[in-house]
Design a protein around this ligand. Structure first.
Ligand code: ATR
Length: 277
């Protein structure tokens, strides 16, 4: 029996245990996934314990995604570029850190679009941890026109400059207000901030008055499933994309790294949707 788990604080509302344990069952894998509630100052002890008990794989969430990096034996390049780890694989005692958030998001978005992103003009709203994953995955995937808009411009600059330490890319940075005025330029608009997340369900990160009718409006938030921002997009009749797919796909990519098997993401989505009510 192989053991897997989530390290975070809090973890009580996590949908990952149900999602992964069901996938183990579906695929006939003798595995078990448990959510470990690890306070911020206990992370090193937790990682030592996981080594001792030979846990096979982990997900990592807030507040440990950045701090866990120093306790691992190896970090994958995309995780280094993002500057955070959300997945750990234990290979014969060596703990290797990955980040499946950006790639999970990209997989979900591409499934929705059904065409490559290469020629799209993409706007990323926000410059927190979630934005880092998205910007890295989009730039690594070859998006030619990428803009980060943030209230605090320095944080957007920081993401851009961190990326450029690793690879070349054409990344623009804008204050949020300016992006709002120029919104008609973008083919894909992605909210990576927590604005609109429960309980702040009446707030939007940006006005979409000027958005293109052919644009795709995407929000990383999945609670609520349809944020105020996406509601406004739907009212306009544009294509919208919520955060459920990213959650499922980041989990599926982690599962694949742990087990070598691709889980059924449709079944995973059903489980997540049931949980979200
Ligand atoms: P993370 O992505 O790491 O979870 P977060 O705290 O959820 O981070 O979100 C941070 C992002 O939301 C930042 O881009 C932040 O803008 P600043 O860098 O200017 O702080 C943005 N954000 C949060 N509240 C905001 C608000 N009221 N108006 C505009 N942007 C806001």
């Amino acid at each position: 029996n192989k053991l897997y788990g989530l390290l975070g604080h809090p973890v009580g509302h996590s949908m990952s245990p149900l999602m992964h344990n069901d996938a183990f069952k579906q695929l006939g894998i003798n595995g078990y996934y448990h959510a470990f509630d690890v306070p911020e100052d206990k992370l090193k002890e937790a990682v030592d314990a996981l080594r001792l008990f030979n846990i096979s794989g982990l997900n990592v969430t807030i507040p440990h995604k950045v701090t866990i990096m120093e306790f691992l034996d190896e970090i994958d390049e995309e995780a280094l570029m993002i500057g955070a780890v959300n997945t750990v694989v234990n290979i014969e005692g060596r703990l290797i850190g990955y980040n499946t958030d950006g790639r999970g998001y990209l997989t979900s978005l591409l499934t929705k679009l059904n065409k490559p992103l290469k020629d799209s003009n993409v706007l990323v709203i926000g410059a927190g941890g979630a934005a880092r994953g998205i910007v890295t995955a989009l730039a690594n995937d070859g998006v030619a026109l990428l803009t980060i808009a943030n209230r605090t411009i320095e944080k957007a600059d920081e993401i851009k400059n961190h990326y450029l330490k690793y690879r070349e890319a054409n990344i623009n940075v804008l204050p949020l207000k300016k992006a709002q005025l120029n919104l008609a330029r973008y083919d894909i608009v992605i909210n990576t901030t927590s604005i609109g997340m429960s309980p702040r369900v009446d707030e939007v990160p940006i006005s979409i008055d000027h958005i293109k009718q052919t644009a795709v409006l995407s929000d990383l938030i999945y609670n609520p499933i349809e944020t105020k921002l996406l509601q406004l997009g739907n009212k306009k009749g544009i294509i919208t994309h919520n955060g459920v797919g990213m959650f499922v796909e980041q989990g599926a990519l982690a599962f694949l790294k742990w087990t070598g098997k691709q889980p059924d993401t449709e079944k995973m989505t059903k489980i997540v949707m049931q949980q979200l009510g």
